[in-house]
Write a protein that binds this ligand. Sequence first.
Ligand SMILES: Cc1cc2nc3c(=O)[nH]c(=O)nc-3n(C[C@H](O)[C@H](O)[C@H](O)COP(=O)(O)O)c2cc1C
Length: 197
Amino acid sequence: MPAEPIRLAVIVGSVREGRFGPTVARWFADQARPREDLDVDVIDLAEVHLPMVMPAFGTAPAPEAARALASLTPRLDAADAFVIVTPEYNHSFPAALKNVIDWHGPQWHVKPVGFVSYGGLSGGLRAVEHLRLVFAELHAVGIRDTVSFHGAWRQFDGDGVPISPEGCNGAAKTMLDQLTWWARTLREGRTARPYAA
Ligand SMILES: Cc1cc2nc3c(=O)[nH]c(=O)nc-3n(C[C@H](O)[C@H](O)[C@H](O)COP(=O)(O)O)c2cc1C
């Protein structure tokens, strides 16, 4: 019997007006969707509208936050694996992304996280290194190989297609192969025995 596909949530981390993120995310989702071992859900944080102000411990979120969480949290819960599509802002990742990470906890636990980054000279790699530290705190496993676009806006044509697809398509495959290995292994582990969080 073929294994149940890995449910992959691709999170678009930039919410800025005029952002480049959707171009990168569309390309990446097009790499992931044809794979029979993946079931892809794209979560665009620009559509989430989660407030920055969190409730005090033990109190219910305000109605606006509760509405955002009602649509977002079940999708994070359902995911076996995540890929974060992130730009680099001032040598780190966007505040909207950190906000969504911080509003959640167990949804990240014992799951692998892959990274697709973009930016100027750095290609977003410093944002990825910061995300690795954050996700380690959340009992998640950062995938070693990443995909990064340096001077990203010069790497895609006007239709959002990479100008030199061999390198980035190959990097996406390597990362997804590692991610699916971890996702399968950790899903089996979560099913076999409770995790000691
Ligand atoms: C506030 C801000 C800070 C930035 N800081 C960096 C940076 O530290 N390193 C870098 O390589 N690019 C930096 N950039 C360039 C962005 O990575 C680039 O504009 C990218 O397209 C932003 O993603 P977005 O268009 O999806 O928002 C910065 C851009 C903004 C808006």
